[in-house]
Design a protein around this ligand. Structure first.
Ligand code: SF4
Length: 326
């Protein structure tokens, strides 16, 4: 999705971010391993990859929900991992998250009104009648209505619960939202509705999104640019249309070939690239390209040297030894 009104002001800059977890005595799980990207104000950056590729850990470290092992996350120029006290609380107001599972992320004992207003109360934003009015407005904004405020989460469908989760995130008037697989737990018929709602809200409120998903077809509709992660590394990053029309990394090509096409004739003729070999363990990874065991193009250099993410043509970055700079 292209937006002509995007300015070039960077809201989030992630520099060489690492998030490693100790496993047992000597092992290190490198969930996020030297990842860099930036997101402009009003932009949506999609982050895709198979489960276990580090995209959710990356999103949570960007929000400061996990501490960073190394690297920086600059929000409006300030490293959020160095914030303390009042400044840290202020950042939690500006940056919010929508969770994957609308069933698990809402407290079943709280009314929808209390769930939506929890963040407003923490930040002391509204009280009394103004607070009630704000709750009603938020519910309307996400396609619900004020009668829903006194009900409990179990009375709603999956799609409606995700709308409640979105209203909760919006209640503190954030600038940036990490959408952590917000449609993965929903029926296919509902997924497009939630994606369209997020697009509408972005236009109305000027929001900036990091949209995490493993479903590449939906990511295309919402994202201005898309980053592909594999075992803790960003392997390709480009404008959404460019990535889908001209994928360069063998892993991206395989992921895209698995997207079903709605036309049965095209679908029949389409060849799917099957990924070979095992997904290697993210614990104590070997040197070289992490994709080497599954890549049919691998050469000897791929076992020895990890490919850097390089700009091979304007705005198109790839981490593969075989991709030439144009
Ligand atoms: Fe395949 Fe080598 Fe490129 Fe890795 S660097 S994706 S192994 S060709």
């Amino acid at each position: 999705m292209n937006k002509d009104n995007l300015n070039n002001e960077i809201l989030i800059e992630v520099k060489n971010l690492k998030k490693h977890f100790k496993v047992g005595k000597n092992a290190l799980l490198k969930a996020v391993d030297d990842v860099s990207f930036s997101i402009k104000k009003g932009e949506t950056l999609g982050l895709v990859g198979e489960s276990g590729c580090g995209k959710t850990t990356c999103g949570r470290t960007v929000l400061g929900l996990y501490s960073a092992t190394d690297g920086e996350v600059l929000f409006e120029g300030t490293d959020i991992h160095k914030l303390k006290g009042k400044d840290k609380k202020e950042f939690t107001k500006k940056a919010q998250i929508i969770f994957q599972d609308p069933y698990a992320s809402l407290n079943p004992r709280m009314t929808v009104g209390d769930i939506v207003s929890e963040g407003m109360d923490i930040h002391g934003l509204y009280t009394g009648k103004e607070r009630t009015e704000k709750i009603y407005k938020l519910l309307e904004l996400v396609g619900l209505n004020k009668e829903h405020a006194s009900r409990f989460p179990h009375e709603f469908s999956g799609g409606q619960r995700q709308r409640i989760g979105i209203a909760r995130a919006l209640a503190v008037e954030p600038e940036f939202i990490v959408c952590d697989e917000p449609i993965s737990a929903l029926d296919v018929s509902i997924q497009a509705q939630v994606v369209n709602l997020l697009i509408d809200l972005q236009e109305k409120l000027g929001l900036t999104y990091l949209f995490i998903a493993h479903d590449l077809s939906m990511v295309k509709h919402i994202s201005d640019r898309v980053g592909v992660m594999y075992l803790g590394n960003m392997v390709e990053l480009a404008a959404s249309g460019e990535l889908y029309d001209n994928p360069l990394h063998p892993y991206t090509k395989a992921l895209l070939s698995a997207i079903p096409v709605p036309d049965p004739d095209i679908e029949k003729r389409k060849s799917r690239i099957m990924l070979e070999g095992e997904v290697p363990s993210p614990i104590n990874p070997k040197p070289g390209c992490k994709f080497v065991a599954r890549c049919k193009y691998a050469k000897s250099i791929c076992n020895q040297q990890r490919p850097e993410l390089r700009e091979v043509k304007k705005g198109h970055f790839v981490a593969c030894h075989l991709c030439e700079v144009e």
